[in-house]
Design a binder for this molecule. Structure first.
Ligand code: PEP
Ligand code: MN
Length: 260
């Protein structure tokens, strides 16, 4: 099946950056402002506004109101914007707001009915879609998510590797099992693939090593979470860093070893 790149005319590594969640207008704008002030290359600005959380009673996202803040980031800083969609209503809202790219999260890719409903809602648009791997290490389920989009004629499709759930403690929040994204690349030669090192690492210390490992495996880029006051973040505080720290400790150190 044919697909086109999500990112065009970009130098590697592709950088998708922004907070885990949009919390307040001020926090979203401040994140963008600090990225700009630090001269960070932002190929796409991310923020979750509908947050599927593993357990209830945690912050489940600000909702559609956050789309206005993302649009403000685009207007003021010129960054393209993306958010996660987990059902057809989100997909319709995102299209209405002219979000540049949407992504499907790991807890949605596991559910073929949910992916199909999103695909059907996006049908007829040319919005690019990034598909995160399912939380479980199931290559075919990941492929199925991509195929459901291609089947309705959406052809600007890329993927994000965010690691796989596991039980018990390990150095990683989500185990990378690199053989699975590498197998996916073989199934869809040329598909753009990003590494969400934030959700694989689950901490600040390993963001660089996971990102560099991905680039060594010829990934096209990274998705990384950044927050102006990470310790106060309403979700995923442990893995977020300020834009200045992200630049200094991660992005500036990354080396692209191979060009393809
Ligand atoms: C996120 O990107 O903040 C997120 C919820 O990710 P995932 O779907 O990979 O858990
Ligand atoms: Mn997150």
């Amino acid at each position: 099946m044919k697909f086109k790149p999500v990112f065009e005319n970009v130098t590697r590594p592709i950088q998708v950056l922004g907070p885990c969640s949009a919390e307040t207008e001020q926090q979203v704008m401040e994140t963008a402002r600090q990225l700009a002030e630090n001269d960070v290359k932002v190929d796409l600005f991310r923020a979750g506004i509908w947050k599927p959380r593993t357990r209830p009673n945690s912050f489940e996202g600000i909702g559609a109101e956050g789309l206005e803040w993302l649009k403000k980031v685009r207007d003021e800083f010129g960054y393209k914007i993306t958010t996660e969609v987990a059902n057809k209503d989100h997909a319709f809202e995102a299209v209405k707001a002219k979000v540049d790219v949407v992504w499907i999260g790991a807890r949605t890719t596991v559910n073929p009915f949910a992916v199909q409903e999103i695909a059907d809602a996006l049908k007829g648009t040319d919005i690019p879609v990034l598909v995160k791997n399912p939380i479980n290490p199931d290559l075919k389920l990941w492929m199925g998510g991509i195929e459901r989009l291609l089947n309705v004629g959406l052809d600007r499709v890329g993927v994000i590797h965010r690691g796989f759930s596991k039980f018990g403690k390990s150095v990683f929040r989500n185990s990378p099992q690199w053989q699975i994204p590498l197998a996916l690349k073989q199934e869809f030669p040329g598909i753009q693939i990003l590494c969400d090192a934030s959700h694989i690492a689950g901490n600040r210390e390993n963001l660089y090593s996971v990102s560099q490992a991905a680039l060594n495996l010829n990934f096209d880029g990274v998705m990384l979470e950044t927050h102006p006051t990470p310790d106060d973040a309403w979700s995923d505080a442990a893995q977020q860093v300020t834009p200045a720290d992200l630049k200094k400790n991660v992005l500036d150190k990354l080396i692209v070893r191979k060009e393809t």
